[in-house]
Design a protein around this ligand. Structure first.
Ligand SMILES: Cc1ncc(COP(=O)(O)O)c(C=O)c1O
Length: 353
């Protein structure tokens, strides 16, 4: 730490992204990326013409992409916010709706960036314990008196609330903002986006990083009532109005329009997820009922940390979290059929000892 860092940030513990070792070629199942390439339409969209225009600033309204997202969700442009990955959208949301000295609530086991943003922006975070079976119970969020952010499906458990449960959460208090982070919802197919048309205290966040095979592009979005979006735009125009570059805008617009391509990728992932769950259960694992593109699994006779290390030695990366309640689990991203066969075969071999 330099002597110049503000004392406000001296205790900040930054988020740890999934590792990307370069010593050999790994089967990478540790950051919930898609095993499939982006739609061919995305490649077409980044044409020479767009590249030649890079001397100009991008459209700060991000009109093309917001309109395409609005059409996709049956809302208007002013119901859509876009960010540089959904992390960017979450950051703007924490700034806008909790704010310095404000409050935010989330589950105790969830996406690791929520506490980091809370710390960065001086927000007091209430961590609501998941139940013993790792489920989120809506009634546990009843009288908190502050905005709530919930990943649905949750990470790293993969467990999901139904649309009815989300609606109950929204109805608990019309004066409290509910932020549903639906980064993995295309694999769960129970989005609360429709409810944003009915309720003015719901914001739904999505991303192009998982189901749309564009983690490297960095695009996320929010769908909400126009006033909420205006608040987020106030934050964005006060910080970085050019958070979406021209190439990204074109590429993401092409992606959102190629629903057929992505639907077929999603179907394959869901099929591989269910197959792999069954195979892991046969090998003696406890496997949570994930509705996302990853599997959270624990073996009664083999430590999760050793399993993670042994798989890495064998060229397969999965994610291990040392946090107390989940230290017996590994999180395995659902990849292609071949990748899942490899991971299951290696695990079987490791368990044989
Ligand atoms: C629950 C959840 N939300 C948001 C994100 C951020 O995704 P991105 O910034 O790539 O859109 C992740 C990434 O892993 C996640 O797990």
């Amino acid at each position: 730490m330099s002597k110049f860092l503000s004392s406000l940030y001296s205790a900040l513990e930054p988020y740890t992204p999934g590792e990307q070792p370069k010593d050999k070629a790994y089967i990478k199942l540790n950051t919930n990326e898609s095993p499939f390439p982006p739609s061919p339409k995305v490649v077409e969209a980044i044409s020479t013409e767009v590249i030649n225009d890079l001397n100009l600033y991008p459209d700060p309204e991000v009109g093309l992409l917001r309109d395409a997202l609005a059409e996709n969700f049956g809302v208007k442009r002013d119901n859509i916010f876009v960010g540089n990955g959904s992390d960017d959208v979450i950051a703007f949301s924490v700034m806008a709706f909790s704010g310095r000295g404000g409050r935010l609530a989330c589950p105790d086991i969830t996406y690791g960036f929520y506490p980091v943003y809370a710390e960065l922006f001086g927000v007091n975070l209430t961590e609501v314990p998941l139940r013993d079976d790792f489920s989120v119970k809506v009634e546990d969020y009843k009288d908190l008196g502050c905005p709530v952010i919930i990943a649905n499906p949750n990470a790293p458990t993969g467990l999901m609330l139904s649309v009815e449960e989300v609606e109950a959460l929204i109805n608990q208090n019309p004066n409290r903002l509910v932020i549903m982070d639906e980064a993995y919802m295309d694999f769960g197919k129970a989005s609360a986006v429709e409810l944003t048309k009915k309720y003015d205290n719901l914001m739904v966040i999505g991303t192009f990083s998982k189901s749309r095979s564009l983690a490297g592009l960095r695009v996320g979005f929010a769908v909400a009532n126009a006033e909420i979006i205006r608040d987020l735009e106030t934050m964005r125009f006060s910080f970085n109005p050019y958070n979406i570059n021209s190439l990204t805008m074109r590429a993401a617009t092409a992606a959102i329009k190629d629903k057929a391509y992505y639907d077929s990728c999603i179907d394959k992932i869901i099929k591989n997820r269910e197959q792999t769950k069954t195979e892991l259960i046969k090998l003696g694992f406890k496997v949570l009922d994930s509705k996302s593109n990853f599997i959270f699994a624990s073996h009664p006779d083999y430590s999760a940390k050793s399993l993670y290390e042994e798989l890495k030695n064998r060229g397969i990366l999965v994610r291990y979290f040392s946090k107390e309640r989940i230290k017996d689990f590994v999180r395995i991203t659902v990849g292609s059929n071949e990748q899942m066969q490899s991971v299951v075969n290696e695990i079987e071999d490791i368990l044989k000892g």
